[in-house]
Write a protein that binds this ligand. Structure first.
Ligand code: UDP
Length: 446
């Protein structure tokens, strides 16, 4: 039992799986160092309080309708959440302050996500330091504020693949795609409030973000902490919003070493029916076993997605692989049978794959995934990039290249080296270990 230090930290994650996981990991780190933890959360995608009996959970209403809550339009979702949650959050925080006063306990700071744009002025008015947890790569978070200045770029056919100097190693076509999701006013507000915060915490380490840390420190001019791939010490399985299909592991136990391709596109992105079919054929044509997470497809609503797959193909898929609705991803990636990860390159998935030394086939859909995929394939060279339309023969070929050919062996060797470097960041005196120590000193000093 850890001795309490009399300080409480209030956490307020955005209700997205990729944000809740690192936030709960951070809560576990802080709790293990004596802090009491309160998690304020929306009704939508509420974390399972029963999995964390040592934390206090407080729910606030988010006013989302059922349709709004199932949208894949993250920009719309963030706008609605920011509109609807400000007043309930303020009331909730005020109540927490009153009860802390009664119990002679001190709330030392608020840690929330950069996507909340009303919390900075509110915490300032309460004299409460606010730290911003960020679930992007440092270079994505920093450079994406420059995007509104790149609106002059246009998509000329011959120049689609030109690098964009302001946002390496992205191509022009990718910058233009990301730009379609940027709301300039929202972005300005987020930047102003990040600069006014008491500090930034990234779910990363120097080993993955050397390229941009100095620039980020100058740009934001606030202390920056790197909590590292903390799931190594504090697995995120307990913060899963969906129940992971544990039979995935017993199925993997029956497969040969490094033979299985794991396929998952995270908690938000879904493919269309025709893309789903291409992936299904690609997997079926390879002869390699696979574990495939399918949450549905974007244009088959109200029915089971399996109805989109012809019976004969479904039979072939069942013979070779396993399809689940949600997998215990971190355990899966750790399994000796996994040989590669066909991923959308969400930041959590990318880091989790690196930490287990699993080379990737990158199929990014949007936003920071496009940058993460470029880093995986061009900077760290630990994966294969799939570009353009999703096609069965491209998927089949990539799986073969990664699992069966010498190119795959070389990729795996580079991945082993990266795994070692990143893994050592959280060990005693590693870069993330030291950064977490200074974060704890910093929070204790408020
Ligand atoms: N995840 C999981 N089971 C699955 C798919 C994903 O536990 O079947 C977890 C995964 O381990 C990661 C998170 O969900 O921690 C997804 O976050 P990421 O940043 O990769 O993608 P996002 O969902 O934000 O697009």
């Amino acid at each position: 039992m850890v001795k309490s230090n009399g300080l409480r930290v209030v956490l307020f994650p955005l209700p997205l799986q990729g944000v809740i996981n690192p936030m709960i990991q951070l809560a576990k780190i802080l709790h293990s160092r004596g802090f009491s933890i309160t998690v304020i959360h929306t009704r939508f995608n509420a974390p399972k309080a029963s999995s964390h009996p040592l934390f206090t959970f407080v729910e606030i209403p988010d006013g989302l309708s059922e349709t709004e809550a199932t949208t894949e339009d993250v920009t719309l979702l963030l706008t609605l959440l920011n509109q609807n949650c400000e007043s309930p959050f303020r009331d909730c925080l005020n109540k927490l302050f009153q009860s802390a006063e009664k119990e002679k306990e001190r709330i030392s700071c608020l840690i929330d996500d950069s996507g909340w744009v009303f919390t900075q002025p509110l915490s300032q008015s309460l004299n409460l330091p606010r730290l911003v947890l960020n679930t992007f790569k440092v270079s994505f978070f920093t450079n994406h504020f420059l995007l509104p200045q790149l609106r002059h770029l246009t998509l000329l056919d011959s120049k689609q693949d030109d690098p964009v100097e302001e946002f390496p190693p992205l191509r022009k076509k990718e910058v233009l795609q990301i730009l379609t999701e940027v709301l300039d006013s929202y972005s300005d507000m987020m930047l102003e409030q990040t600069k006014a915060s008491s500090g930034l915490i990234f779910m990363s380490c120097e080993e993955l973000d050397q390229d941009s840390l100095t620039q980020a420190r100058e740009y934001f001019n606030v202390p920056i902490f790197m909590m590292g791939p903390s799931h190594i010490q504090f697995p995120a399985s307990s913060s899963s919003l969906l129940s992971p299909d544990e039979s995935s592991i017993s199925w993997l136990d029956k497969q040969e070493d490094k033979s299985v391709i794991y396929v998952s596109f995270g908690s938000i992105s879904t493919v269309s029916k025709s893309e789903l079919m291409e992936i299904a054929w690609g997997l079926s044509n390879t002869d390699q076993p696979f574990l495939w997470v399918v949450r549905g497809c974007s244009d088959v609503q109200g029915k089971e997605w399996t109805e989109a797959i012809p019976e004969e193909l479904m039979e072939r898929l069942k013979e070779k692989g396993k399809i689940v609705k949600w997998a215990p991803q971190q355990e899966v990636l750790k399994h000796r049978a996994i040989g590669g990860f066909l991923t959308h390159n969400g930041w959590n998935s990318t880091v989790e794959s690196i930490c287990e030394g699993v080379p990737m086939i990158c199929l990014p859909f949007r936003w920071d995934q496009l940058l993460n995929a470029r880093f995986v394939t061009e900077v760290w060279m630990v994966g294969i990039h799939l570009e353009g339309k999703i096609e069965r023969n491209v998927i089949e070929k990539a799986i073969r290249r990664l699992l069966l050919e010498t190119e795959g062996e070389a990729t795996r060797e580079r991945m082993e080296l990266l795994k070692e470097k990143v893994g050592s960041s959280v060990k005693q005196n590693g870069s993330a270990y030291r950064s977490v120590e200074s974060l704890i000193d910093y929070i204790s000093s408020f």
